[in-house]
Design a protein around this ligand. Structure first.
Ligand code: GN1
Ligand code: MG
Length: 341
């Protein structure tokens, strides 16, 4: 690994003694650069924060401070590893114009696919319990860390703009995907209708399955992670992203197109998890909006991957040029399967 320019400053700011050889890249996130810091008697997660994606780090700090104040961590059945303050009391540390932060490392298993319906059920329960833990906090207490993050009409507009301005030829497979996603206008209209019926809650808003850490034996959930998108949202967002990443027979990066189907047993397990936790707490409309959530979140990721491909891959990290196109194609097959259910 090349010399890490931030180590000395981090050591000063967090009163640590990290050596370069104790730092290694960690995890599968698409956004931040995440490292595991393995000291002899303790482990930390250190992140070099992506300011291109999150343009308002101060809003994230604000939301995290709300959580630190309002959520009794002892009452949560899992850990919420929020960043620790540096010696100036700040959750972010600015080093050479880059933002860094450190949070507790939670051991366990982080997976991109679950292997059975019990794991699906546990994930759903954990994310629903997270929403529940924040229900006493007015949604207006949270700031929008990415404006319009799950705003489907806005993402549709962004796709239209990318189609107009792209330097890539819209033909063949690209055209097929563009046509498919433009036809999802119906889901965009449904979004507007649900908006009039549902309350805003504190949601995690990025509940893909690898944003959760299971116990090593998968008997429970140890932690809910990736806490930058916690803000006001709809319950179906968090259910929907689980459907997208748990109830699909193939992972988000699979190109095994014919195998992309809905795993109904896992889908039912997700519903069960949300029902058990949300019974008598979530409104009837919120419970009824859950199936829409699966479709909507799959559709929005398809919009976003395709938009990014058309824009020249400026948002998501990729390993090869067509990867965002393939991610959008993967989501198209899943969305079709969800719509046929
Ligand atoms: C990003 O950071 P990560 O990989 O958990 C993205 C999510 C997408 C996801 C798709 C801030 O999440 O919205 O669902 O990739 N996060 C952001 O894999 O854009
Ligand atoms: Mg992540």
């Amino acid at each position: 690994m090349q010399r890490l320019f931030w180590i000395d400053e981090i050591n000063k700011l967090y009163l640590l003694q990290i050596k370069q050889q104790q730092v290694s890249l960690f995890g599968d996130g698409h956004i931040h650069k995440t490292y595991l810091v393995d000291l002899e008697d303790e482990k930390w997660i250190l992140q070099q924060f992506n300011q291109q994606v999150f343009k308002y780090p101060e809003r994230i700090s604000h939301n995290h401070e709300v959580l630190i104040k309002e959520i009794n961590q002892g009452e949560l059945p899992f850990i919420l590893p929020l960043p620790i303050p540096n010696k100036q009391g700040k959750l972010f540390s600015l080093i050479d114009e880059n933002y860094f932060r450190i949070s507790p490392f939670v051991s366990g298993k982080c997976v991109n696919e679950v292997s059975g319906s019990y794991q699906a059920y546990l994930a759903a329960k954990a994310f629903a319990q997270f929403i529940l833990a924040g229900m006493h906090i007015p949604a207006s207490a949270f700031q929008e860390t990415i404006p319009g993050f799950h705003d489907l009409p806005l993402r549709y507009e962004q796709l239209l703009a990318a189609i107009k301005s792209t330097l890539r030829p819209i033909q063949g497979e690209v055209k097929e995907l563009v046509d498919f996603y433009l036809k999802q206008k119906v889901l965009v209209q449904e979004y507007v209708t649900w908006k009039t019926k549902l309350p805003l809650r504190m949601t995690h808003s990025d509940t893909k399955i690898n944003n959760l850490i299971y116990a090593p034996d998968f008997s429970k959930v140890n932690a809910v992670i990736d806490l930058d998108t916690i803000m006001a949202g709809y319950v179906y967002y968090d259910f929907g992203d689980l459907v997208r990443t748990v109830a699909c027979t193939e992972g988000e990066s699979s190109k095994n197109w014919d195998a992309i189907k809905v795993d109904k047993t896992k889908y039912e397990a997700l519903i069960r998890g949300f029902q058990e936790v949300g019974e008598g707490v979530f409104t009837q409309d919120e419970m009824q909006s859950l199936p829409y959530g699966g479709q909507m979140m799959t559709c929005i990721m398809g919009f976003r991957f395709l938009t990014d491909y058309l824009n020249g891959n400026i948002y998501y990290s990729i390993h090869y040029e067509e990867q965002n196109l393939h991610r959008a194609k993967n989501q198209m097959f899943l969305l079709k399967a969800l719509q046929d259910m």
